[in-house]
Design a protein around this ligand. Structure first.
Ligand SMILES: [Zn+2]
Ligand SMILES: [Zn+2]
Length: 405
């Protein structure tokens, strides 16, 4: 028989595991502004009631438009309500009492502000106030898709984006394990700037609930995507030296009219020949400008003159070109680079996928077009041995040891 105290401890540990594990649509912990030295925050309720719990004790309930100011004082958190000091604590939780609660968060001294869904966890960590948004994974995904932003797309397109964000998130749950959260909100993980306000995006995340993309070996895919492939996607091996059978060149007729389908760049013949000489090419002084011409109808790996060669990837990075998919043509003392696409070109082409969505392809067809040999499965059916980052979460639930519910 388990003694009473141990029994409740067991229940608590079990509960905290359920809460900590995002598998099955549970809570994800996202570290906010992890690269800033946050010293204080203002929390304001936007919708629903919030329960403020400090070091495991319920302190007060906050209603819409009510604020709390929390400031670092040495290694503890000073908490103020309406300019009255409520107390000094180690850990503070602001927990929504409904599942549609959200709040405004101001980060000081930077004066950054955004709205977030669900809960906020605060603690002292190495001289700064650590702020963690404990958020339902689908709401987080909607926020990430929204942060990609800058476009108005078809609802079916948002579903492809939602699945890729979820695949990335579940595949990288161990990224910040030592800092006691799963993912950060910067480009180091996936940019997340708070809650989504777009109805279609929120719906896309919910409609694809628990769906992730795996390869033919049941491993979560590297969910690479880019703006426009220029008509042909790139082999991942040419960009990152990783070989994946679902990151192979695909001919894409859908993005050719896209905003980023074409670009142009101009360089003097002299500059180009100096660049090639610096990269070990043997260039003859009498070389004709047209001998620098190069045609890329399909993606090629190397620019070649005689026996000398240089990868298009390196040229792209040295000249900060929009893509490594370009032809070169000599014209009136200049070399004209006629480029196609924007980005590394690996995986899903966003402008092509948007066009496919408007042509009524389903999100599954779109994903299968850009990532051949993949399957879309429920995250609960994921093979834990083959996706060890999930095992790590199972064995080491990310709970805040001093924070009890
Ligand atoms: Zn990160
Ligand atoms: Zn494309």
């Amino acid at each position: 028989m388990i003694p009473r105290a141990n029994k409740s401890l067991f229940v608590l540990v079990f509960l905290s595991f359920i809460i900590a594990s995002p598998i099955g649509g549970q809570t994800l912990k996202v570290g906010l502004y992890n690269d800033l030295n946050t010293q204080a925050i203002v929390f304001s309720v936007a919708k629903g009631n919030y329960l403020l719990t400090a070091d495991g004790k319920a302190i007060l309930t906050l209603r819409p438009l009510e604020n709390i100011f929390i400031q670092l004082a040495n290694d503890s958190l000073q908490c103020y309500s309406a300019k009255m000091l409520l107390g000094r604590y180690k850990n503070i939780e602001l927990r929504s009492m409904t599942d549609s609660g959200f709040f405004g968060l101001r980060i000081l001294p930077y004066n950054k502000f955004a709205f977030y869904d669900d809960n906020l966890l605060l603690s002292y960590n190495l001289g700064k106030l650590q702020t963690i948004n404990a958020v339902d994974i689908d709401k987080y995904i909607a926020g990430v898709v929204e942060a990609e932003g800058g476009y108005k797309a078809h609802p079916e397109y948002y579903k492809t984006q939602a699945i890729l964000c979820r695949t990335y998130a579940i595949g990288h749950l161990d990224r910040h394990i030592e800092e006691n959260f799963h993912l950060c909100d910067g480009t180091h993980c996936q940019a997340y700037k708070g809650r989504s306000k777009t109805k279609y995006i929120v719906k896309a995340a919910r409609d694809t609930h628990n769906e992730v993309v795996v390869d033919d070996d049941s491993i979560l895919i590297i969910a690479a995507f880019h703006s426009n492939c220029g008509g042909m996607t790139e082999n991942a091996e040419n960009v990152w030296l990783i070989k994946k059978n679902y990151l192979q060149p695909v001919r894409d007729p859908y993005c050719l009219q896209g905003r980023n389908a074409r670009w142009e760049f101009k360089l003097t013949t002299e500059k180009w020949s100096n660049y090639l000489i610096n990269n070990g090419f043997k260039i003859d002084k009498n070389q004709t400008p047209s001998s620098f011409n190069s045609l890329q109808l399909s993606r090629r790996q190397f620019y070649k003159i005689g026996n000398d060669s240089l990868s298009f990837q390196k040229i792209r990075s040295d000249f900060k070109l929009k893509s490594a998919f370009f032809s070169i043509e000599a014209k009136e003392g200049f070399l004209i680079f006629q480029g196609r696409g924007y980005g590394h070109g690996v995986g899903l082409c966003q402008e092509g996928a948007m066009q496919m969505a408007t042509l009524n392809y389903s999100y599954k067809e779109i994903l299968q077009f850009y990532y051949p040999k993949i399957a879309i499965i429920d995250v609960q059916k994921l093979n834990f041995q083959k996706n060890p980052q999930i095992n790590l979460i199972k064995e080491n639930p990310l709970t805040n040891p001093q924070t009890k519910r």
